[in-house]
Design a protein around this ligand. Structure first.
Ligand code: AMP
Length: 329
């Protein structure tokens, strides 16, 4: 284990759980790392970073997610390694990364007993139900990638160039490009360390902000034209599935749009609801104001997340007239 005096960050994670996790990892023969459904750069970065570090340490790792990583993650080495066909009996250890609730793991629908296995739950969401046998859940940290950064130092595993890129992507994304209040001095120090280790901030920003297709511009244009702003200045957008079909877009093309909605001057929060092909409605909530806790609102709708960024899923449909309405099944 790391000596805190030697090139290590000041550890703020639960070191007892971290030490137990390492014992469990070292003795495992086959390890599965699971990212949350509708994966984002934090869960993908954390998965690939852990996968790379543990593989280099001689362990057998496979990465799983019910959904493919979004296009924004495809520039990352190894982003194609994800598998969907998860068979829990093939693994003696399961690790979930950035899954802020049981539902986010998604494979538990098919295998309800997976939490009874050796299960390490690494996450930073307040909504996390501590569903692992070992839980490294740090709601004080910006991102799961920040937790992984500390874990790798604590376990004395090298942060190689590929790993620095994975971790910076998660850190950058979950701090809203270093704009959210979770951008602590430590986050900026870690980011600077990762860039020093070879992380490509230029490729990360390019992948997030310079890869809009014409279809995506048209889709966003149509949605932005129809947003509603309440008397309090809060913006809402509703996207029926047919809008995605019309622009030949997948739901991942909506990623980042709620951040735009929260740009309305004086707004406390923004809401986007979108209809999935599966008949589910996804809600995405963002706030730029200090006194709104959106994780509570999301939890009241069966979802979860953070004070400033949260989400939920409901069974139902969006109907357009006379106003946007969600009809729950
Ligand atoms: P999104 O708006 O999809 O980017 O999600 C914002 C935050 O809320 C992320 O940290 C997600 O992990 C979390 N989140 C989104 N949907 C859910 C859900 N159904 N249950 C728990 N957490 C969620």
């Amino acid at each position: 284990m790391a000596d805190q005096n030697h090139n290590s960050p000041a550890f703020t994670i639960d070191l007892d759980q971290a030490a137990q996790a390492w014992e469990s990892i070292k003795s495992a023969k086959q390890i599965a790392i699971i990212s949350h459904r509708h994966p984002d750069p934090d869960t993908v970065g954390a998965n690939l970073a852990l996968r790379s570090a543990l593989t280099k340490a001689g362990l057998q790792i496979q990465s799983f997610c019910v959904d493919a990583p979004p296009e924004t993650c495809q520039f990352l080495e190894e982003s194609a390694c994800y598998q969907k066909n998860f068979q829990p009996e093939n693994f003696d250890l399961i690790i979930s990364v950035d899954c802020g609730g049981i539902e986010q793991v998604a494979f538990q629908k098919q295998f309800p007993d997976i939490f009874k296995s050796n299960f390490i739950n690494i996450d930073h969401h307040a909504s996390n139900q501590l569903f692992g046998t070992i839980n490294i859940v740090q709601t004080n940290l910006s991102s799961t990638c920040e937790i992984i950064y500390q874990l790798l130092h604590f376990w004395e595993l090298p942060v190689t160039t590929d790993i620095s890129n994975y971790l910076l992507f998660g850190l950058y994304y979950d701090t809203g490009s270093f704009m959210h209040p979770n951008t602590t001095p430590t986050v900026l120090e870690i980011a600077s360390d990762l860039v020093r280790l070879g992380a490509r901030l230029d490729l990360i920003t390019k992948s997030l902000f310079q890869n809009f297709t014409e279809n995506k511009f048209h889709l966003w244009g149509q949605i932005l034209e129809k947003i509603k702003v309440t008397a309090e200045g809060n913006a809402a957008a509703a996207i029926p599935h047919q809008d995605l079909v019309k622009h030949q877009a997948g739901s991942e093309e909506l990623s980042g749009l709620t951040n735009y909605l929260s740009m309305v001057k004086g707004s406390k929060f923004a809401v986007m609801v979108s209809e999935e092909e599966t008949g589910q409605i996804r809600g995405s909530l963002r706030s730029v104001s200090g006194d709104v806790d959106l994780s509570k609102l999301a939890q009241s709708l069966g979802g979860g997340g953070h004070r400033k960024a949260s989400g939920f899923s409901l069974e139902g449909k969006i109907t357009e007239h006379p106003f946007w309405t969600i009809q729950q099944n």
